[in-house]
Design a protein. Structure first.
Lengths: 251, 305
């Protein structure tokens, strides 16, 4: 309902916002099955105009953001002769997955203020309210979070990866890795001119465990006792079978 | 073939898991150990979160011990009375261990605790086994050495004495209770059955005959690890059924092959090989703690979904 209203509003507001995104995804659902090993999503669309394009070139930025989590970042230190976790910073909200693709280099395409307002770049997408005063260098922890997740392909900074034809048609592919957390993946497309956002489009990719994965996960959390007993039952049966088969082979 | 583990939330190669299960199965068949102390660190190395590795391994040990104990039932080499006393201690110990585990998980120190326990116990057991088997090999070359007779120790001096007919013992229940408790705590924290500690403790501390030691140890390990699995499943939600099944299948097949290889090798050779392996795992884990890691930071994320 709200969406329809927003759409209607956009239509009426059209003469003001002369340029508008029309976009679609190759899929809006990702199913995590037992043999899930990642997924590619094609995001494509066009710029709708009711007047010729302005002289300044337009740029496109596309972001895909996984469910936000509280993340504890811990730092090891040399204590009593071994390396142990010594200090920790809790990052209040960090997306479990974040990809930002743009038609140029992100820092050239978008101004700092617009980045702050729309939370586009990776550091802006992470919200860290405050570190405990006992921790000396809190920024180091957020940097570590970005570094570790980038190494795991969970945070992707994809400059120059949006194909943009004739200032009208655009497309990009976002590669979702195998180690995904389930939930809604918020997808945003920005049209940018002169470093400022001209139009924004939002949609959601739903990532869900399905089938056996779903069933096991739900059972483990909703009925932990039943789940534990079932695990034991499987183990006992397997152990008995092994012994029975072994005897059968021997004789 | 990649497989997505629903609880661990990581994607791993299914054949790698089957292979690991198989290799550890072969070793456990050869050496007559549960293999938990090898499997859990191997799971750490391939990137399974330690909390999930420990809880899931407890589940797998239920299967391998159950498979093993059936043979001992037939041969009547299980001391049920002693098993029950050890079990009472074991269950209390497991309950304590799981609570300690949950508290440390909260504090972010669970990896340290698990790894430290491994380094300490693998180091001690591996070292002792190595020395012991070297001595046996040395002694077998000079057959003049005599066996020392078992002396009356602490187990006889303490109160609350009980008769254990199958073991032919009349000792206090306090030492077996303490041994059970200790192994129970370790089982919960390390994700092992504790056979590698229980067996020497039964022989050297309780003075049980070697014949009934393995069966009795397996008998009580089933219940302690089953209890541990349930506790981990209900307190920490860290038992991964998919992971357990893959490890089980590999382990069960491996154990059959291992038993056949084991028959062809000499006991001392087996023990030296086993001790070298135990020491190798211990050294690898110790180096992780001692050498400055290339990444000082680590992440743990909560409340998703």
């Amino acid at each position: 309902m709200i969406r329809t209203l927003a759409l209607l509003f956009c239509l009426f507001a059209l003469p003001l916002a002369a340029e508008e995104v029309v976009a679609s995804l190759s899929r809006d659902e990702v199913a995590i099955t037992a043999n899930f090993d990642g997924s590619d999503i094609l995001i494509y669309g066009a710029v709708k105009r009711n007047a010729p394009a302005a002289a300044e070139p337009m740029e496109v930025i596309i972001t895909v953001s996984g469910p936000e989590q509280v993340v504890n970042v811990r730092k090891k230190a040399w204590r009593f002769g071994i390396w142990v976790n010594a200090s920790a910073v809790e990052v209040d909200k960090a997306p479990s997955f974040y990809a930002v693709a743009s038609s140029g280099a992100l820092e050239d395409v978008l101004t700092r203020t617009e980045d702050l307002r729309y939370r586009v770049s990776i550091p802006r997408a992470i919200r860290s309210v405050g570190a405990p005063s006992s921790v000396e260098n809190a920024a180091e922890f957020t940097e570590a979070l970005i570094r570790i997740r980038t190494a795991k392909n969970l945070y992707q900074n994809l400059d120059n990866s949006v194909e943009f034809y004739d200032q009208t048609l655009f497309s990009t592919t976002i590669d979702l890795p195998a180690n995904l957390v389930e939930g809604p993946y918020e997808t945003r497309i920005f049209l940018v001119r002169d470093g400022a956002v001209v139009d924004e489009y939002e949609t959601v990719i739903n990532v869900n465990k399905v089938g056996l994965e779903r069933w096991i996960f739900d059972l483990a959390h909703d009925q932990p006792l039943v789940y534990g007993l079932l695990s034991l039952f499987i183990a006992i049966v397997a152990g008995w079978l092994a012994s029975a088969v072994f005897r059968y082979i021997r004789f | 073939m990649q497989i997505y583990l629903p609880i661990a939330e990581v994607s791993v190669n299914a054949f790698l898991l089957l292979g690991l299960g198989g290799i550890v199965g072969i070793l456990s068949g050869m050496f007559g150990v549960g293999g938990g102390f090898l499997m859990t660190p191997l799971l750490f190395f391939i990137g399974i979160p330690p909390a999930v590795a420990v809880a899931t391994e407890a589940n797998q040990i239920v299967a391998s011990s159950f498979s093993g104990v059936l043979a001992h039932f037939k041969r009547r080499t299980v001391d049920f009375k002693m098993g029950l006393v050890l079990l009472i201690g074991g269950l209390v110990g497991a309950a304590i261990g799981v609570q300690v585990f949950a508290i440390l998980r909260e504090m972010g120190q669970v990896d340290l605790l698990v790894k430290l326990s491994y380094v300490v116990f693998l180091g001690i057991i591996g070292g002792l086994m190595f020395v012991e088997s070297l001595r046996t090999i040395y002694r077998s070359k000079r057959p003049s050495a005599t066996l020392t007779r078992k002396k009356h120790g602490l187990a006889h001096a303490l109160p609350f004495k009980m008769k254990f007919r199958t073991s032919g013992l009349y000792i206090s229940v306090i030492p077996p209770l303490i041994v059970g408790l200790f192994v129970g705590v370790l089982a919960a924290i390390m994700g092992v059955g504790g056979g590698f500690i229980m067996v020497p403790a039964m022989i050297y501390i309780l003075g049980m005959p070697t014949k009934v030691v393995v069966g009795t140890s397996l008998f009580q390990i089933i219940f302690v690890t089953a209890f541990t699995t349930l506790l981990h499943a209900t307190t920490n939600f860290t038992v991964d059924m998919a992971l357990a099944v893959l490890l089980l299948v590999g382990g069960v097949i491996g154990a059959q092959i291992g038993t056949r290889i084991g028959v062809k090798l000499k006991a001392e050779q087996l023990r030296i090989l086993l001790s070298i392996m135990v020491i190798a795992v211990c050294v690898k884990l110790a180096l992780d703690l001692l050498i400055e890691p290339s990444e000082l930071f680590s992440l743990t994320s909560g409340d998703h979904a």
